[in-house]
Design a protein around this ligand. Sequence first.
Ligand code: AHR
Length: 506
Amino acid sequence: MTVTSTIDPAFSVGPVNPWLFGTFVEHLGRCVYTGIYEPTHPSADEDGFRGDVAALVRELGATVVRYPGGNFVSNYRWEDGVGLRESRPRVLDLAWRSVETNQVGTDDFLAWCARVGLEPMLAVNLGNRGLAEAVDYLEYVNGNPGTRYADQRVSNGHAKPWGVRLWCLGNEMDGPWQIGHKTPVEYARLAQEVAHAFKAFDPDLQLVACGSSNTTMPTFGEWERIVLEHCFDDVDLISAHVYYEPVGGDEVSFVAASAHMDRYIRDVVATADHVAAKRHSSKRINISFDEWNIWFAARHAENRHAENKVEHTEASEAPALIQDVYTALDAVVVGSLLITLLRHTDRVGVACQAQLVNAIAPILTIPGGAAWRQTIFHPFALTAKYARGTVLTLAGDHGQVDTPAYGPVEQVWAVATHDAQSGELTVFAANRSLTDPASWTVRLGSFGELRLVEHLVIGDEDHNAVNSEDVPDRVVPLAGVSTLADDHVTVTLPPASWHCIRLASR
Ligand code: AHR
């Protein structure tokens, strides 16, 4: 198939939001213990965090990190994770039915964030705890010395307030699997009280109210409306979560999952703007897409949170939970989800891929051994590195794929970023057909004389190719095929492939 599009500086959506490249660390499985933290690992730093993992996290280029959950947070006592490590209690985590040793807690994690260059986004427990504990926690983290909890932090060795700006008010509170899950009004009242108190502490905090856990929830849409009608004045963002997998083996729709994410964002924006309209308000509530990824939940029925089926096996420390291994095809899907997020840079305030290490993650580790990049690491790292300046949409014909789940969707799913200062123009594109290649001509006449810097492609004739400890670089970005002429570039897009095409002013 042959398709033609145009990119023009006038097609601006807004500046690239660096917070689109967030990640997520939950006390889940081996994400924290033997993931980012393993004091006995040969690469461990003086605080017990793995140096090999830290190097990969820096290379990934994530900007923001959500912590400590996830479902975990709804049963979490922040007090258990601060102070002397040897005095911290071992507790039962009910979300993942694991033994939590509390060897990593808030101060340890925030110090690690500073070392690896991540902006933290902390979640408070609104499951089995409430307003008072949330406010105490905020004071512990951000309070100036001289009051009770801030002084506790000082005596734990952290004199300076951490200055955490981003806060999530609970997690997936609509989910029956959540410890302390609530009706929309129960949650909305509590979130409003917490948000009001947090803003009294510091009006510059960015607060995220829980939206629906996903679009299949029976209260999707209505939950967002009710929550925002209560919290509109006090919060800044509303969360969205989604995990994709080929449902019933439907890979045609799976490759087009970005079409679902696109509609999800539009629906939540519409709901938030409806609440604004009713209030005659120009305030815009943006989306915190603070969990998104591929999760082969069907392969992990024992952990299927949506069915509240955490098995009553013996709880253990850092069990190997949901360690999905990602394929070349999964990398294409992740790349196309990043394209969707960029296309909504004006309304997605934060986005966090879930999660960072081992549990549904771009990085896998062996306890005491190697760490390597999964296939999905690569589109994330390339997008985080090269999306700069202004996001531009493309006009034109992008072909069509008919999907069982989402109906007809554009075959070529693309976005561009243009940095007027450096002259760099980067095009991100995915061919969302499993079977049909595309020859894609992109007209670039408005940008003056350009040169092709690099064209990288992710995809593989073997859609199931994976990276492993033994062959960590089986799927990596390779050189793509494109030709630059006077005012256009022609790009070959093999079936199920993702591309990063870098151009610059001559
Ligand atoms: O990311 C894994 C889990 O998925 C999180 O703990 C929860 O919020 C979501 O359901």
